[in-house]
Structures are given as C-alpha cells and as structure tokens.
Design a protein around this ligand. Structure first.
Ligand SMILES: NC(=O)c1ccc[n+]([C@@H]2O[C@H](COP(=O)([O-])OP(=O)(O)OC[C@H]3O[C@@H](n4cnc5c(N)ncnc54)[C@H](OP(=O)(O)O)[C@@H]3O)[C@@H](O)[C@H]2O)c1
Length: 249
C-alpha cells in the first residue's frame, strides 16, 4: 500500500486495527468524532507510523479506509471525500446503542447496504464486523499458519473485495467472499458466524463487567478455517434484525 491505511473510529476495534496495521508495517491515519488531539495517547502508543487527523482528512488522504464507528453515525461518514475510495464497513446494528433503524427492522436492507447508499460513489465492502476486537487482536497469524482465521467479506465490487482481502492478509487473516452486500446479513449479529466461533465458550456464571472484559481480553483465540466459516455462513437464517448487548457487558 502506498497511501496510509485510513481508519475512521478509534475505539475498541479501530484501535485494534491500528495496532495490527502498524505491527504489519503499514502507515496509519486515524480519526474520530472528537478531534485528533483526543487521540494523543493512542498515537504515542502506535509510534511514528501513525498519525491522527479529522475524519475528513483520513478520507482524503487514504485510498482504503475502514469505517469503525457505531452504525447510528454512518451518515457522518464524509461521502464527498470518500468518493472513489474503497471503504471497509465494520458496523453492526445494535438497537440498544443505535436506536431503531426502520429499513433494518423491516428487513428491507442490511447495515452495509445503508452505508453503501450513503457512500454512493465509494466501493463499500462489509468486513471485520463479525469478530470481537480481542479475538481480532490476539488472533492475527501469518499466511499458512494452522492457527490463522478466516473472516467473511461482502460487497458488489470485485476489485474492492480483492483489496480488502489483501489488507486482511497483511493484518493476519484470510477472507471468504460471501457475495454482494445483501448477503452481508449472513455475518451480522445473531448469525452462527458472528463472533462466538472465534472464542471459547462464554463463562457460564454472570461476571461483573470488568471481569468479563478481562476474560474477553485474555481468552484464547479459536481459529476458524475457511471451510468452517463457509458452512457457518451457509447455515445463517434471517431472524429479527440487530444484536443485543448482555446487561453485564
Ligand atoms: N467492539 C468489537 O469487538 C466490534 C467487533 C466488530 C465490529 N464492531 C462494530 O464496529 C463499530 C465500532 O465498534 P467499537 O466497539 O470499536 O466502538 P467504540 O469502542 O465505541 O468506538 C467507536 C469509535 O467511533 C468514533 N465515532 C463515533 N461517531 C463518530 C463520527 N460521527 N465520526 C467519526 N468517528 C466517530 C468514536 O470516536 P469518539 O469517541 O470521538 O466519538 C470512537 O472512536 C460498531 O459498529 C461495532 O458494532 C465492533
């Protein structure tokens, strides 16, 4: 990659992606909603291959950008600056966080189709939405490793999907193309491929939030092969839209 990897959103999964990217030798430009000055600690940690910017600057300066924001904020993605770019969309629909989104509740659309509608002149690839940030961060492995995992990608632009696959490869995982964005629902919350296959079984007793987070961060990663993922994706059935955060998280 000649331009830096752009990341819009610097929270749990955006920060994890930035760490993986820098560790893989990429330059990173990352932004959030509150402004670059609020990312000083993260940039200190990441070192000289990362810098903070506004979301618009991230969109302008990178050719491939990962959108790592709550779905409720998707209309803030800077469509003009993102025109002509590849945008990896990690968003998932959680009504508790995002509020009710009618076209999703009515099953007229999927999360990434809404993002593509907003970013009409970009090539949106749904990616990195179905693995928890800790599994992503702990699970990166070099190509060919038996412990390497496969993640689903979906989108309407074959070239963009190829670039998303190359980026995932660099970050330490394989990609399985599951079709157009309309099929992206097969990797959304509540489906068999969503997050759990990459983790050991959840603790059987309820834990306070800090202990649950500590468990999540240290849980060993369970690799999911391409064949396993293919079968999980094929078994997905469309249920009610959206996921649900347990009260203890
Ligand atoms: N956490 C996971 O394990 C995981 C896994 C897969 C997919 N996802 C999905 O990825 C997305 C991000 O999840 P997360 O857990 O990383 O969330 P998070 O920790 O809450 O971080 C969200 C980030 O988005 C930024 N943001 C919010 N509104 C924005 C806007 N309008 N413009 C620019 N930046 C904005 C926030 O910046 P400010 O703090 O400045 O507002 C923050 O840096 C969600 O859609 C989630 O469902 C999460």
């Amino acid at each position: 990659m000649t331009s830096p990897l752009g990341i819009i959103g610097a929270g749990a999964i955006g920060g994890t992606l930035a760490r993986l990217a820098v560790a893989a030798g990429l330059d990173v430009i990352i932004g959030n909603s509150r402004g670059p000055e609020t990312l000083a600690d993260l940039i200190d940690e990441l070192g000289r291959h990362a810098r903070a910017a506004t979301a618009r600057e991230v969109a302008r300066e990178a050719d491939i950008i990962v959108a790592v924001i709550p779905l409720s904020a998707y209309a803030d993605l800077p469509a003009t600056e993102l025109a002509g770019k590849v945008v990896l969309d990690t968003t998932n629909y959680y009504p508790q966080r995002d509020g009710q989104i009618q076209p999703l509740d009515d099953q007229d659309s999927t999360a990434s189709e809404l993002v593509q509608e907003h970013l009409a002149d970009s090539s949106v690839v749904k990616a990195i939405n179905s693995i928890a940030f800790a599994s992503l961060g702990n699970g990166a492995r070099p190509a060919g490793s038996p412990e390497r995992s496969t993640l689903p990608i979906a989108g309407g632009d074959a070239d963009a999907k190829q670039r998303a696959t190359a980026l995932l490869d660099t970050l330490g995982c394989d990609a399985l193309d599951i079709g157009p964005l309309s099929e992206g629902g097969r990797s959304e919350p509540g489906t068999p491929a969503y997050c759990d296959p990459y983790m050991p079984a959840w603790p059987t007793e309820p834990l306070p939030t800090d202990e649950l987070l500590a468990w999540l961060l240290s849980a060993p990663v369970v690799p999911v092969s391409t064949e396993q993922l293919r079968s999980l994706i094929a078994s997905a059935e469309r249920g009610p839209a959206g996921g649900y955060f347990p009260e203890t998280l």
